[in-house]
Design a protein around this ligand. Structure first.
Ligand code: PMT
Length: 404
């Protein structure tokens, strides 16, 4: 496995990009951008303002994105399928290209007057604007002031470029070229904060055999662990994903080690040394003392299974020498903070993420609270993809601080 710098073709793979178009002659470039994003493996949903539809048709964007285009805020059919809140939750990145002076003004003033401004307001992911307007409009004091408000709110600006404009003027206000916008989108998913680090992540459930056809397991889907693997890859790490059985495809550019039982998982973890070890797997705490060699027959009215404790994989790795930076998860139904902090101490961890067992297993979104010696941080509910990026940022920060 190599860790060559990621190209747009890999970092945008399976990323959910919401491409917003506001009104402007440069809207035609958004068609090319949409084509490039889809070609790079991104899933693209398009939202168009009324103004944008004067310059380019929704049909064009639908054909290029392969998805119905969203245009109306109050559309009963859209609300039933993917309404504004779902669209905002769905996106990993929102890019408005072109962003007109009017759109920037409405966004700066917190308007939710159409679908695009509303989705931007309800977002949980990074938002970037690619401004496109006449050079005098770009330099106008009101636009400059709006730009200040938007940048202060953490909104990214892609461009504008300077040069000849459609109206005949020359100056700043040109929409960046589609290929440049593609690069900037891809860069949002690459941080380099874990460059050169070996990260081992456990994910999914384990299965403990009862007999050759039956097993004990749990509802872990692997989504959280796989999202963390993706985010660690984006951050430049060399990732090994040690996974119990899931239905998920392995992320690109990571070494997948499939395992079945807790004992298999422990052996795989011990065979793969790391700088950072992240235990996301829901490991069965117990296994059948002696799995039957043949299928157990339905003869008795009652059947007892004798269980023995499985080794604690995370605690074992945390006690090894030299030990990696160790991160655990705690899935609890009650007393979340108390139990998570107790696991942080008893397993000898550097960081633990506590999540509610009743709402996290199998879901696409999660909220967690991080605890480490002397600190804590809440991460509100968001998609596991987005959450994973934030958790990886914290892991990178804490591991640097711990080893400083
Ligand atoms: O896979 P998803 O559907 O996306 O769901 C994600 C998740 C709920 C599985 C995940 O967010 C999560 O909370 N994983 C840990 C679940 C768990 O088993 O927690 P625990 O409190 O029992 O274990 C604490 C820690 O010790 C965990 O890091 C676990 O991986 C580790 N452990 C536990 C037992 C064991 N024998 N070996 C271990 O390494």
């Amino acid at each position: 496995m190599t860790t060559s710098p990621p190209s747009p073709l890999t970092t945008l793979q399976n990323k959910r990009v919401l491409l917003g178009l506001s009104g402007g002659i440069a809207a035609y470039k958004a068609a090319e951008l949409c084509r490039l994003l889809v070609g790079a493996g991104a899933q693209v949903q398009v939202v168009m303002t009324k103004g944008a539809q004067e310059f380019i048709t929704p049909l064009t964007m639908q054909a290029l994105s392969g998805q119905p285009v969203h245009t109306e805020l109050l559309d009963p059919t859209a609300e039933a399928a993917m309404g504004h809140i779902q669209l905002a939750r769905w996106a990993d990145l929102i890019l408005v290209a072109p962003a007109s002076a009017n759109f920037m003004a409405r966004l700066a003033h917190g308007e939710a007057s159409d679908l695009l401004t509303t989705v931007c307001l309800a977002r949980r992911c990074p938002l970037a604007l690619a401004p496109a307007m006449n050079q005098a409009m770009w330099s106008n004091a009101t636009t400059v002031s709006n730009l200040g408000v938007l940048e202060a709110a953490g909104i990214l600006m892609f461009g504008p470029a300077a040069g000849a404009q459609a109206c005949g003027d020359v100056g700043p206000g040109r929409l960046l070229e589609a290929a440049e916008l593609l690069q900037l989108c891809a860069a949002q998913f690459t941080t380099g904060s874990l460059a050169g680090k070996r990260v081992v992540i456990t994910a999914g459930p384990t299965r403990e055999a009862i007999d050759p056809v039956r097993y004990l397991s749990n509802h872990s889907s692997g989504k959280m662990g796989y999202a963390l693997a993706e985010a660690a890859i984006e951050a430049g790490a060399e990732v090994t994903l040690i996974s119990g059985p899931t239905d998920l495809p392995a992320p690109d550019r990571c070494k997948l080690v499939p395992v079945i039982s807790a004992l298999d998982m422990l052996a795989a973890c011990q065979a793969h040394p790391s700088d950072i070890f992240v235990a996301v797997a829901a490991v069965a705490d117990y296994r059948i003392a002696q799995p039957a060699l043949g299928k157990i027959k339905k003869t008795a009215e009652e059947l007892s299974l004798s269980l023995v404790r499985n080794p604690d994989i995370l605690a074992t790795i945390a006690a090894s020498k030299p030990r990696p930076f160790c991160v655990g998860f705690a899935a609890e139904t009650d007393q979340l903070a108390e139990y998570a902090k107790a696991k942080l101490r008893s397993k000898g961890l550097d960081l633990i993420f506590a999540n509610d067992a009743t709402s996290t297993f199998g879901n696409d979104a999660a909220s967690v609270t991080a605890y480490w010696p002397g600190g804590e941080k809440v991460f509100e509910s968001q998609s596991k993809a987005q959450l994973a990026r934030r958790l990886i940022a914290l892991i990178s920060q804490r591991s640097t601080a711990t080893h400083a």
